[in-house]
Design a binder for this molecule. Structure first.
Ligand SMILES: C[S@@+](CC[C@H](N)C(=O)[O-])C[C@H]1O[C@@H](n2cnc3c(N)ncnc32)[C@H](O)[C@@H]1O
Length: 280
């Protein structure tokens, strides 16, 4: 039996249904259909019902790219809100939207963990949803990502919320962490959401299974003694058991929880996303 940790429901996002390798999602007032490898089961609603609801349908082409069918000729970007924080959606040709909505569980954890005296290190920060949750608490934020466009999007998310004080760092995460260890900097909260694979700033290929141990050992050095850590990995090579074992090595005296981060659709389907660890 899988130990699933479900992301809570929120008004501006709904996983309506999932199945046949696809998910039907509502983002504010617009509904999308896009692929998801974890939706291996049968959906609850018919194809016709899905298509009647959807405003945008992602059609896969070669490799990781595709196009969004947009019969209503709607704008490809709009804003949604999570507990008063605005987040910008942009439908990209990679099928991604700029938001991993199941992370709302961690957004709550960030908001509950930080205040204006705290500092937050967001590693692999992407478009900055987690950074926004720390900024609304008036915490200091360092947001690290090796993609310029991710940092530009983060800046935009900060602008639409009129937040300032988010320090953006264009850098390979491991290089940045190693430098921070040398500077003896420490944080109240660190989040790491590394991709299963990727390319660092120097063009080096990244495979998570070769880096997870190093990431955890660096995080242990960068965390204040009572600091908190969030790790999510969307790689099938890293399981909740892997995260549990590394937590026991690098944080032997701390409390933690691990499990499979998942969303329950309105139709009752359980969709897995990846493994999660919270140290608190
Ligand atoms: C899966 S996304 C993170 C999702 C995000 N934290 C969220 O929940 O919304 C991974 C991010 O890591 C960045 N990335 C990949 N390899 C990197 C590296 N070696 N150093 C820094 N950032 C990297 C990518 O540019 C991408 O923005």
């Amino acid at each position: 039996m899988k130990n699933r940790i479900y992301a809570p429901h929120w008004e501006d996002y709904e996983l309506i249904d999932a199945g046949n390798g696809l998910k039907l999602e509502r983002w504010g007032k617009y509904v999308t259909i896009r692929p998801d490898i974890n939706a291996y089961f049968q959906p609850e609603l018919s194809k016709l019902e899905w298509e009647r609801k959807a405003h945008f349908i992602f059609k896969e082409q070669k490799g990781v790219f595709g196009t969004w069918m947009n019969p209503g000729n709607l704008p490809l970007h709009w804003d949604i809100e999570f507990e008063g924080v605005k987040l910008r959606i942009f439908l990209k040709n990679t099928k991604h939207t700029g938001i991993f909505p199941e992370q709302n569980l961690n957004w709550k954890f960030i908001r509950e963990s930080l205040d204006s005296a705290g500092n937050f290190l967001n590693l692999f920060g992407y478009t900055g949803a987690s950074s926004m949750m720390a900024l609304v608490q008036k915490a200091g934020v360092i947001h690290v990502d090796s993609s310029k466009s991710a940092l530009t999007w983060t800046k935009e998310n900060a602008q639409i919320n009129t937040f300032d004080g988010c320090k953006l760092v264009l850098e390979d995460v491991v290089l940045f962490m190693e430098r921070e260890v040398k500077r003896a900097h420490q944080y109240d909260l660190i989040q790491m959401d590394p991709p299963a694979w990727g390319i660092g700033t120097k063009g080096k290929k990244w495979q998570l299974e070769n880096h997870i141990d190093l990431l955890m050992s660096l995080a242990a050095q960068l965390l204040k003694p009572q600091g908190k850590l969030i790790v999510t990995t969307y790689s099938n090579k890293i399981t909740p058991v892997t995260l549990k074992e590394t937590a026991e090595i690098y944080f032997p005296t701390r409390s933690y929880r691990t499990g499979m981060l998942a969303t329950k659709s309105t139709t009752g389907k359980a969709l897995d996303h990846g493994s999660m660890l919270q140290i608190y």
